[in-house]
Unconditional design. Structure first.
Ligand code: MF3
Ligand code: CO
Length: 250
């Protein structure tokens, strides 16, 4: 079932979204050579709690962190730990926060010091594919209109979209209906209605789309070992322009 949020619920989601976006920004500022992914995770957790919210990911299906921190060929769900970031890494940070019964969910990929031109292009294309996607995120359109716009932009730039993981509805639950794939046929999928809230999250690989899951049960990596980037915001569907609830978008 796709839930439609009332004006009051939307106000609560704005509040959750603001905290989530600020946690993402904080994490991004910490991405520097010599910092461990655990230090970033701790800071994210402290920030979320200081703001009266609860980290959405912590203990979700047993997930052991407050942030997912995925470096280089890690696509998503990287577990924070002793890994020390180094110059040239690209670092995807995904955070979620819950307050007033509603979740926010957002992510971005950050450069660690100086990175290659190709890595920067991957980050830029991934981010822009989200913004291409939300040009279609409007009442009356269909979910896969968003999907097709993301896919088209990514592939036109020579990169690939991950298929096994998708965006999602979000609200009282971190993951709600509908699924929001980053590939698909325009004109298909559920109709978009005002009051829907969607986490739209392109996961983009520099090489092939194929991924593999590590034996830690979480970390997802590219099969070919090439780089991957991620960008996500929680978005409200209206009868006009979509509203990014995890604002400010980075
Ligand atoms: N943004 C990711 C998602 O929507 C968050 C993963 S949550 C985790 O799936 F708790 F499972 F890590
Ligand atoms: Co998400």
């Amino acid at each position: 079932m796709i839930t439609l949020k009332s004006p009051h619920e939307i106000e609560l989601m704005r509040r959750a979204g603001k905290i989530t976006a600020a946690a993402r920004a904080l994490a991004g500022e910490m991405v520097k050579p010599g910092v461990t992914t655990r230090e970033i995770d701790r800071a994210v957790e402290q920030f979320i709690r200081k703001n009266g919210a609860v980290p959405s990911f912590l203990n979700y299906h047993g997930y052991p962190g407050s942030a997912c921190i995925s470096v280089n060929d890690e696509v998503i769900h990287g577990i924070p730990g002793n890994r020390m970031l180094k110059e040239g890494d690209i670092v995807s940070v995904d955070v979620g926060a819950c307050i007033g019964g509603f979740h926010g969910d957002c992510a971005a990929t950050f450069p660690c010091g100086e990175i290659s031109d190709e890595a920067q292009r991957l980050i830029d294309v991934t981010r822009e594919s989200f913004f291409r996607g939300i040009t279609r995120a409007k009442e009356g359109n269909r979910v896969f209109d968003i999907s097709a716009a993301v896919q088209e932009y990514v592939e036109a730039n020579g990169f690939t979209v991950v298929r096994e993981f998708v965006g999602h509805g979000i609200g009282r639950q971190l993951h709600e209906s509908p699924e929001v794939p980053n590939y698909g046929m325009a004109g298909r999928g559920p109709r978009l209605l005002r009051g829907m809230t969607l986490a739209i999250e392109p996961m983009v690989n520099a090489g092939a789309a194929s991924i593999r899951q590590l034996s830690d049960g979480w970390t997802v990596k590219t099969l070919d070992g090439k780089l991957s980037a991620h960008y996500e915001n929680t978005v409200l569907i209206t009868d006009g322009e979509p509203e990014i609830l995890t604002a400010p978008a980075i």
